[in-house]
Design a binder for this molecule. Structure first.
Ligand code: GUN
Ligand code: ZN
Length: 432
């Protein structure tokens, strides 16, 4: 049995900090013990070190912070090369930048190259798990899962389903999309730490027939997730109303296909009606709040408080490439600002909750990841709170954990991620 121990300041969330201070796990001088890729113990150094076998090697991080790996609940791996594309809103941005970029993934070599870059970038930013859109090409999913398996990452992904309103090269019949999804589920779902997500892109690019087949896939397989986009932009919502006149509203299009369940993760959900909020909460569905994307595309301001009050599981997504950063810090930073515009931004504990345990909940993986509780997989980060001269100076003026975390949210990025551990193994080290 391989045992390793890491000493340092530890911070993680045991639950939603909105429920009370017991949710905040903090050990100023802590120890985590890792055995066979899992957390065997997590607590105060003095107590935990007494239980360690004498010969256990302890790595001591004297001025760093040990936190769980981040979970990105919504990201597109084929959009790495269109981050920061100027001057468009959603529907125009899809036509001008996104669809042309995704067409290149018909080439397996290109998909394999981008999969490596994409996963390395996640790990550089401390993101150890993600729910990922590939393209319509089956090879794009094979490439991503192959690269994720090599890194032993807990990753959920799926092949995009589109059968209308996109370039012909990206369209497939409902039957072909269904057949290829089934092949991918058989090949990858539940293999190691990988999971499959049925992935209709969004209502405008699928017929009711394709959405119904996606619903059937969900019913026929245990443990799948469903990911799609919902109510991101006013023009998108008008298009959905025209394409599906029989539906009560946007969410109802998915509901009629059996796609609104507690295994559904909807990206955005910015312009929802009260009925849609209520229905999402009733179903136990999740929303991925993607603030950098929502601001970049001018899509609107997500209602975090109302979503949570409706019983919806809210997590954070970068939504790269409409999102402008792979960094969970920068995503939390923008989530705070969106909250400020709505009245009051979430505090640092809440922001870290959204970026870790809430993401694990959206991915239905909270028994495996999301914090450092014993029994969970050992996905954790060594953060350097003095990674830049400004961070170092600002940190020196902080007087509480909460203040230090909030400064990390405001000033942090990939430079603050010194090491990323995946299932107990060192997977990334920042080059100084
Ligand atoms: N809606 C449908 N497809 C997409 C996409 O790729 N990105 C975003 N942000 N919204 C979408
Ligand atoms: Zn998206």
């Amino acid at each position: 049995m391989a045992t390793a121990a890491y000493r340092g300041e530890i911070f993680h969330l045991r639950g939603d900090p909105a429920a009370g201070a017991e949710a905040i796990g903090h050990h100023a001088d802590g120890l985590i013990v890792v055995e066979d890729g899992e957390i065997a113990a997590c607590g105060d150094f003095v107590a935990e070190s007494q239980r360690l076998p004498d010969d256990t090697a302890i790595t001591h991080y004297e001025s760093e912070m040990i936190v769980p790996g981040f979970v990105d609940a919504h990201i597109h791996f084929p959009q790495v090369d269109i981050i920061g594309a100027y001057g468009a809103r959603l529907m125009d941005w899809l036509e001008r930048y996104t669809f042309p970029s995704e067409m290149a993934f018909a080439d397996a070599a290109h998909a394999a190259e981008v999969a490596e870059i994409f996963l390395d970038e996640l790990l550089r930013n401390g993101t150890t798990s993600a729910l990922v859109f590939a393209t319509v090409h089956k090879t794009s999913v094979d490439a991503l899962f192959t690269a994720a398996a090599a890194r032993n990452m807990r990753l959920v992904a799926g092949k995009v389903l589109m059968d209308r309103n996109a370039p012909a090269a990206l369209l497939q019949s409902p039957e072909q999309g269904d057949r290829e999804s089934r092949e991918l589920i058989r090949a990858w779902h539940g293999k190691g730490r990988l999971g499959y997500a049925v992935t209709p892109r969004f209502a405008p690019t699928s017929t009711a027939e394709q959405l119904a087949l996606a619903g059937q896939l969900m019913r026929e397989h245990d443990g799948l997730l469903m990911q799609t986009h919902l109510s991101e932009n006013p023009d998108e919502i008008c298009a959905v109303a025209e394409l599906f006149p029989e539906a009560h509203d946007y969410l109802d299009v998915y509901d009629r296909a059996g796609l609104v369940t507690d295994r559904s993760v909807f990206a955005h959900g910015i312009h929802l009606s009260d009925r849609e909020f209520g229905r999402l909460g009733e179903a136990g569905a999740a929303i991925a709040f993607c603030p950098t994307s929502n601001l970049f595309l001018g899509s609107g301001l997500f209602k975090l408080a109302k979503s949570e009050a409706s019983g919806i599981t809210v997590s954070l997504g970068t939504d790269v490439g409409a999102g402008t950063s792979f960094s969970a810090f920068q995503t939390m930073n923008e989530a705070y600002k969106v909250g400020q515009l709505a009245g009051a931004g979430p505090d640092a504990f809440k922001l870290f909750y959204l970026a870790t345990l809430a993401g694990a909940k959206a991915l239905k993986s909270e028994s495996r990841i999301g914090n450092l509780a014993p029994g969970k997989e050992a996905d954790f980060l060594i953060l350097d709170p003095a990674a830049t001269p400004l961070l170092k100076r600002r940190m020196a003026a902080c007087t509480s954990l909460e203040e230090r975390l909030f400064v990390l949210v405001t000033l942090g990025d990939d430079r603050a991620v010194k090491h990323t551990y995946v299932a107990g193994k060192l997977a990334h080290s920042r080059e100084d």
